[in-house]
Write a protein that binds this ligand. Structure first.
Ligand code: ADP
Length: 374
């Protein structure tokens, strides 16, 4: 066996290989003709939870998930014949958990071409799989957004007809003579109800269109009270469903910033939506929103605080929550995109979005936006 000197320490080639293989980030295993495990690197211990000694007594069939055992037999015999193979598969760890892996395998043969062993490199692809699922979910959400925008567009045309016809009814009632006065008043009151309801649908459809279109990057003076009232319009049904008491201290005409109205509305919609989710199982459900002037690094900001009485954000995840795809919500209920998108939007406005509360006291999110001087 050859030797080399590194800083006066003699290391054999075999040791160098062992060190390299053990520090390789992917698991490596070697299997004989019966499927017996004849070699694993140290990463295998970390991934599967078995010690190397345990693995040395085991068969390949014991470390793969039950549902792929049939495919494993087929794959193993293909590999022995073909010489190399790359597949995605599922490992089964000692604690029973299933780990998705990408496996690159190759076979080695003796001089007569008889099969000796397979060597495989197994990459843990759990994170990739989770990311893929989140992307699929985000894609579906985007599709729903498109759909909502289409529906809103389709609602608009018949709605315009309803509103115009209703206008005619109202005009006609004004022309009715004294004899028909009483019934004219009743008709007019019904028509006004129709008008009110239709206008509310019109406003909703307008919102849906703007909200999902979302990309109009036009900066203009924005009254934060208006953004807030638009955000409440979108979240009204959620707030009512959960039974949230809203304390809105923000007065109109006082707090102006330079921004994109749709985007600022989206930030507030996300924060209010999250607050609702956090409070849905709580005895007290209160949402407080106010705006105050603050100075940071010599710059004047409006700080808009959105505070709830939910479970708050635990210290250990207080920075993670701003990462894309980080969510503690159930599959289908959270995408983990709300806060990261919102922070991106606020930073585009030269502001900052921060979690201002201490764990256990409900959550307060603060949106800092540079003041627009009148
Ligand atoms: P999502 O709402 O889809 O999970 P977000 O990026 O909006 O994505 O939020 C990420 C995570 O931050 C949530 O899953 C939740 O754990 C936490 N979070 C956000 N807002 C609140 C809040 N008001 N109270 C408690 N936790 C919150």
């Amino acid at each position: 066996m050859s030797k080399m000197r590194i800083d006066a320490i003699e290391i054999r080639d075999a040791d160098i290989f062992e060190i390299l293989l053990d520090n390789f980030p992917d698991m490596i295993h070697s299997i004989n003709d019966d499927g017996q495990i004849v070699y694993t690197n140290k990463t295998a211990e970390r991934l599967l939870g078995y010690s190397r000694n345990e693995l040395a007594t085991m068969n390949i069939r014991q470390i793969y998930a039950d549902e792929i055992l049939e495919a494993l037999e087929q794959g193993f015999s293909d590999l022995k014949q073909k010489g190399d193979k790359t597949v995605e598969s599922l490992l089964k760890a000692k604690d029973g958990s299933v780990i998705p892996v990408e496996i690159r395998s190759f076979s080695i043969y003796d001089d007569e071409g008889n099969f000796l062993r397979t060597f495989s490199i197994l990459r843990d692809i759990r994170e990739i799989k989770e990311l893929q699922q989140s992307l699929v979910h985000a894609g579906r959400l985007a599709a729903i957004g498109e759909l909502a925008s289409g529906v809103a567009h389709d609602i608009n045309n018949p709605l315009t007809v309803i509103l115009l016809s209703n206008e005619m009814v109202l005009k006609e009632t004004e022309r009715m003579d004294d004899a028909g006065k009483e019934s004219a008043e009743r008709i007019s009151s019904f028509a006004k109800d129709v008008q009110k309801a239709s206008k509310s649908i019109q406003k909703l459809s307008e919102h849906l269109r703007n909200f999902s279109r979302g990309m109009v990057e036009k900066y203009e003076p924005v009254d934060l009270a208006m953004s807030l009232s638009d955000a409440f319009f979108i979240t009204k049904s959620k707030l009512n469903k959960i039974g949230v008491n809203v304390f809105n201290e923000v007065q109109a005409g006082k707090y102006y910033v330079l921004g994109c109205p749709n985007h600022l509305e989206q930030v507030l919609v996300n924060l209010i939506g999250n607050a609702c989710d956090a409070m849905q199982d709580r005895p007290t459900r209160e949402l407080r929103i106010d705006v105050n002037p603050v100075q940071r690094d010599g710059i004047d900001y409006w700080r808009c605080d959105v505070a709830d009485t939910g479970g708050g954000v635990p210290d250990e995840i207080s920075e993670d929550i701003f990462q894309s795809f980080f969510t503690t919500k159930k599959m289908g209920e959270g995408t983990g995109l709300g806060l990261s998108i919102s922070r991106g939007i606020v930073r585009d406005h030269k502001g900052e979005l921060e979690l201002a509360s201490v764990a256990g006291t409900g959550a307060t999110f603060s949106v800092y936006l540079p003041k627009l001087e009148p």
